[in-house]
Design a protein around this ligand. Structure first.
Ligand SMILES: [Zn+2]
Length: 409
């Protein structure tokens, strides 16, 4: 039997606008770095919304915030939906906020419709998903999943030397509760162009790409740009330029992979000096485990080979290594059928960006729902999704949460 609820669409859109105003500056989008004053304000705002609905509020050791609506079987292992409240610098209003407020709208609809569900529902806001101020990113979901020790996360420092644990304490969000979701759905904007290109309205996310990062340095010899013959140079930037081409070839060779050389700092960085040192980063991603394995094997070799061709010394440190995740078939099929209840323009795809769902996956059955991003833009003030698409996504989420909450745990 299918339960029906009424979603207050006007209230959901008003909530998005109100939350989007926290940390906003004219023409600059909004900035709510994790555990900043603005993040604290957004958290307090969400707690008030949860209290209005009579949700049971829980905060865990890393500050993950939960609002639980008990089911007939109590509050254990709630069927959970959410995302994050923190943002990058000059962000749009949707990344993270959409998933949290979509979940809140569903819980409000269930409560106000007087629908009785077997299992508890929860809305969740995970701490520091973006990783701009404190690393690693997805910190809250990493700790919850047991893949990062709490003490290590609390000890993370920002550029000013402030510790995440102290900032949590200052904001009043260092809790002692423990919530273990029984299932997890994350509603998110796509942040890429694939839905728009395919004319699809809903994306069923089958998994999340694996991602590996390296921080590297090439050292050669800084020297006079006029007097040093080309065949006598140890030009560190020439090595990076060479590597850049190899990485593009690698991405072309390995099926559906991407490779990015995103940060390059050339020293001494003068017009008339052969670059003696370059610090740079490498980011590679792939969806299939075989492809991801090949990337991780080949990048170190390409780093060494380009160094060898230009007589450079190489230092390389692995900064991140998150394997590809494939959500359980049962969960993606559920999202697919919920999506098809709202539209027949459904696309199954993998996420190119990391999300909290990547780590919730290790705790409980997990899946994600995407809606289109205009122009594929995100992490910028131009980020936009039409209201009709946002509302459709919330309706798909509602169907999914209710179906899961009616199952036996
Ligand atoms: Zn996000």
């Amino acid at each position: 039997m299918e339960e029906r609820i009424v979603l207050d669409e006007g209230r959901f859109l008003a909530d998005l606008e109100e939350l989007g105003g926290i940390g906003a500056a004219p023409g600059e989008g909004r900035t709510r770095l994790a555990l900043s004053d603005e993040d604290g304000e957004a958290r307090r705002w969400l707690v008030r919304r949860m209290e209005e609905l009579g949700l049971e509020i829980r905060v865990d050791g890393i500050g993950n915030l939960f609002g639980i609506l008990p089911g007939e079987e109590g509050t254990e292992a709630p069927v959970t939906a959410g995302s994050h409240l923190d943002t990058v610098i000059r962000a749009g209003a949707l990344d993270g906020a959409y998933g949290v407020l979509g979940a809140l709208a569903v819980l409000r609809g269930v409560r106000e419709s007087g629908t009785r569900l077997r299992r508890a529902l929860a809305v969740a806001a995970f701490t520091n998903e973006e990783g701009v101020r404190f690393q690693p990113d997805m910190m809250g979901s990493l700790v919850l999943s047991g893949r990062l020790p709490l003490e290590e996360a609390l000890a993370a420092r920002d550029r000013e030397g402030l510790r995440a644990g102290e900032e949590l304490e200052r904001l009043g969000f260092r809790g002692t509760d423990r919530v273990t979701p029984g299932a997890y759905l994350e509603l998110h904007i796509e942040q890429g162009p694939r839905l728009e290109d395919a004319g699809a309205r809903i994306g069923v996310v089958e998994g999340i790409q694996g991602i590996a990062w390296w921080g590297c340095t090439y050292r050669g010899q800084a020297n006079h740009a006029g007097t040093t013959p080309m065949d006598r140079r140890r030009d560190a930037f020439a090595g990076v330029a060479d590597l850049s081409r190899s990485l593009r070839e690698l991405a072309a060779r390995v099926p559906s992979s991407v490779a990015t050389l995103g940060r390059v700092e050339v020293r001494p960085g003068a017009i008339n000096v052969v670059p003696g040192r370059v610090d740079f980063t490498v980011d590679v991603r792939a969806e299939a485990p075989e492809s991801f394995g090949r990337l991780k094997e080949e990048v170190p070799r390409l780093l060494r080979e380009a160094a060898g061709r230009h007589a450079l010394e190489l230092e390389a440190e692995a900064l991140a290594d998150a394997p590809p995740v494939r959500f359980p078939r049962e969960m993606t099929d559920l999202v697919d059928s919920c999506a098809r209840g709202e539209t027949d323009r459904v696309l199954r795809l993998a996420s190119g960006a990391g999300h909290d769902a990547q780590f919730l996956h290790f705790l409980c059955p997990t899946a994600m729902i995407f809606v289109p991003s205009r122009g594929g833009l995100s992490h910028c003030p131009e980020e936009h999704t039409e209201a009709a698409d946002l509302l459709r996504g919330v309706r798909v989420l509602a169907r999914g949460l209710i179906a899961l909450a009616q199952r036996e745990a």
